[in-house]
Ligand binder design. Structure first.
Ligand SMILES: Nc1ncnc2c1ncn2[C@@H]1O[C@H](COP(=O)(O)OP(=O)(O)O)[C@@H](O)[C@H]1O
Ligand SMILES: [Mg+2]
Length: 273
């Protein structure tokens, strides 16, 4: 079993990439082996993690990696081979892979590119050690195409305004038709207690789990403008602290559980008495 696979979704601009990159860096620092998948056909997880084109962003996952099986797309190579060949090691040891993006106008649809991510997510099931974070695009297509079907958690990022919350609700209702076990909302860009209350009330009304609350902070915009990862630019700030709390609530046993040895079955070894 992979430790956990978290897919991050929500309306465009809600903060998916910022949260994904910050979670990835914090969890890697806590000792987890983190795989970050840029599942946006307009990819930008690399810079948010601290990998820029000059330092060698990974190439796109080739669609030839996909074997179509009865149960859905799977990889033609082992996860370790795919990561060795196609991942770039970002700061703190996060391994970054990127879904294919259109290279030319009129290239056609991206079904095969989405299938590579779906296959990687499925095959990460057989590995025991990774925390996988999948940064999705805004469209709910990742649910209709099955790109995120193998996630354990769908984390829906919502801003405190109606259209953003509605987008999260729509994706939650689609996710309810899948095998994804946990769907949770994180409120982002909250400027006041009212903002948080509005999101909490919406979640309550629609029976959605609200797993975290992240404040609005100018330093997130400043980090973007400086082209630096938030975790480096404002590591002691309120947003990074809120994402650290979120990590604790998302990982079974909390974010600090990385060093626990596991049995072959993937169960943590109990205390020896
Ligand atoms: N908590 C926050 N406070 C202020 N600005 C934020 C916050 N989270 C994200 N942003 C800003 O919102 C914009 C969109 O963020 P991004 O992570 O790229 O969203 P998405 O991946 O959902 O499209 C960026 O300019 C980012 O700096
Ligand atoms: Mg994004």
């Amino acid at each position: 079993m992979s430790r956990i696979k978290i897919a991050i979704a929500g309306k465009g601009g809600a903060g998916k990439t910022t949260i994904c990159a910050t979670l990835a860096r914090l969890l890697a620092r806590a000792g987890h082996e983190v795989v970050a998948i840029d599942g946006d056909s307009n990819p930008n997880l690399g810079p948010a993690l601290g990998v820029t084109a000059g330092e060698g962003l990974p190439g796109f996952l080739p669609t030839s990696l996909v074997a179509r099986r009865f149960e859905g797309p799977r990889l033609t190579e082992s996860v370790d081979v795919v990561l060795d060949r196609f991942a770039t090691v970002a700061p703190d040891g996060v391994r970054l892979v990127r879904m294919g993006a259109p290279e030319h106008a009129d290239d056609g649809c991206l079904c095969s590119a989405h299938a590579t991510v779906s296959a990687l997510m499925a095959d990460l099931d057989t590995e025991g050690r990774y925390v996988t974070l999948l940064d999705l695009e805004a469209s709910p297509e990742h649910l209709s195409r099955g790109t995120a079907r193998n996630a354990d958690v769908l984390l829906l990022v919502a801003e405190p305004y109606f259209r953003s919350l509605e987008a999260a609700r729509l994706q939650a209702s689609l996710a309810a038709e899948t095998a994804i076990g946990r769907v949770a909302v994180v409120a982002n860009k909250c400027r006041s207690a009212n903002d948080h209350d509005a999101i909490a009330e919406f979640c309550d009304r629609h029976r959605l789990e609200l797993v975290g609350r992240i404040p609005f902070s100018e330093s997130v915009l400043d980090a973007d403008a400086a082209g630096r990862p938030l975790v480096e630019f404002d590591g002691d700030g309120a947003v990074v602290a809120a994402v650290a709390e979120l990590a604790d609530r998302l990982l079974p046993g909390g974010a600090a559980g990385a060093a626990e040895p596991e049995t072959a079955a993937g169960e943590p070894i109990g205390e020896v008495v």
